[in-house]
Design a protein around this ligand. Sequence first.
Ligand SMILES: Cc1cc2nc3c(=O)[nH]c(=O)nc-3n(C[C@H](O)[C@H](O)[C@H](O)COP(=O)(O)OP(=O)(O)OC[C@H]3O[C@@H](n4cnc5c(N)ncnc54)[C@H](O)[C@@H]3O)c2cc1C
Length: 588
Amino acid sequence: MASRRLAVLQQHLGGLRVQDEDGSELERQATSAAATTLPPPDQMFDFLTRDNKQLRAQIFEFLKFQAALECLSFCDYSLAIKSGVHFTLCGGTIAKLGTEKHHDVLRAMDTLELPGSFGMTELGHGSNVMGIETTAVYDPATQEFILNTPNNEASKFWIGGVAQTARISAIFAQLTVNGKNEGPHVFIVHLRDANGNFMPGVRCADNGPKQGLLGVDNGQIWLNNVRVPRDALLDRYATVDTAGNYRSPIANVQQRFGTMIGGLTTGRMLIAQGAVDACKIGCTIAIRYAADRPQFGDRPILSYLTHQRRLFVGLATTYAFHLAMLQLKQVVVKGGPDAGKQIHIVSSGLKAGATWHRVKILQDCRECCGGMGFLAINRIGPMLNDMNVDTTFEGDNTVLMAQVAKPLLDAAVKAGMTSAPPPKVMEMDLCKTCVGRLLAWREQMLTAGLAADMAAAAAKGGPNAGMAAFDDNLDRVTQLGWAWTDRHTFAAFQAEAAAAPAALQPALNLLALLYGLTRIEAGVECYLSTGALSGDAIKALHAKANALCRELGAGNGRLALALCDGFGIPDHLLQAPIAVGNWRTFEG
Ligand SMILES: Cc1cc2nc3c(=O)[nH]c(=O)nc-3n(C[C@H](O)[C@H](O)[C@H](O)COP(=O)(O)OP(=O)(O)OC[C@H]3O[C@@H](n4cnc5c(N)ncnc54)[C@H](O)[C@@H]3O)c2cc1C
């Protein structure tokens, strides 16, 4: 059992599994890019940590932890989210924003003695975290903070674990010391005692029935003069001494809070990875079933172009995001002075991109399985419900795409990029380099156009008018977020494919090209409206994508099936009868 578990962990650390020895050439080509381009998991970061055994062990633990949560999401999304809330959101916040005195709490969380929750969102304040209204006022007489919910909109809402199980919460509240508001800070607040009774001044309630994710007890919290000791403040970035003096190395309230929550990106990464993992499951179930299911005679439904267009594009996109996530994890591990900003942008784009793709890919998989896709036992339907929220939590996708676009636009305005590059007809030789250039061009085109509008508005009405122009063009801002994500993800895919052993490259290059072509199709308006691509070029591009789908579908989808096997999901975690050839004997 232990060795099986280790094998599962390893395959997810490395990314994908290597096929059996007796696999055909095509199957060998299709096996893991990640498992073959990267060294074994325990040596993966040797180059960073050669002289520091402790750091190396920490990095390995971090990756093992992420892999373990991935394995949980293969079994059950509620279980993965409940664990993520406890360990990553609550535990991770205490670890990253707290100091050594908070480590006892972490130890009690590790043993599940203290089930944790993450109290950021309020009924009235979701995406705008700076606007939260819960208050924490320092009382120097008792050296305590007094926390309050001043009105119902300030009640903590959606908090995972709070309806039934959580004993503590990392509560975000506006801190006031000596009458001065210092902005949002985080406090460890005990909600329930060991018997499950509410602590004095605390009240919690269930949020009520949800669309899915029923294994997570989301709830609401009201705090009424709840007193917590001075040490309850997570004080890595700000301290309050016994006499009530507030100190922080970051003077600006907004910057200080930005620094605090900027470090809490692990949860966002886990949501993005969970979406990629769901796509692996959905694609594997749907492609296996489609290869096994005849309709209109002996013809397997996988041979229909419409099936290939939906499932193989989904497969290519899943590989693209898997490999981009793998690169992001390496950036996180590597760290460095500029890593924070980079991680924020990349994790925002990948989370929004992966979860929005997941919605489409799982829906396509569901439809491709016909009625069987609607049966709960075949998993895809329940996954669609359980995961529907991933576009909203850990940063609403639209808001995240704006965060991807904002620094690009700020840099463009600063660099004086005040006119869009003139549209020019692009060469369409339909190779990977050409696709990469086209994706980069769309990003530049959108950046320059928006930056020009913002600069013009600022020149007339000042910086606020520049920001108003940003808000007035949020549809284009979202397109820019997508354009950046498409370009970045394609580049990651290309890099991983190029680094793979020669035998794997044809399969990975094929998938990467299919992914890139379909992302140009997704942004076709930009190319056509500017004259960058002609109608004939778009037709050729569409035909090329179809031809790649035909290649993946050859031999009843042999290559596509091998690429699914490359995900390394054991059958007992796939669970769906239609994925393991049992639909013919199905009796309900
Ligand atoms: C199942 C579930 C579990 C959750 N678990 C937790 C938890 O454990 N702890 C916790 O603290 N929170 C949790 N949340 C809260 C979650 O993080 C918030 O729902 C999320 O931040 C969005 O906030 P909101 O729901 O208030 O939506 P809003 O922020 O009100 O957004 C509503 C809509 O308005 C749009 N919008 C908002 N602002 C802008 C803007 N500036 N520009 C353009 N469009 C905008 C958004 O795109 C969105 O479509 C959970 C939520 C759910 C549903």
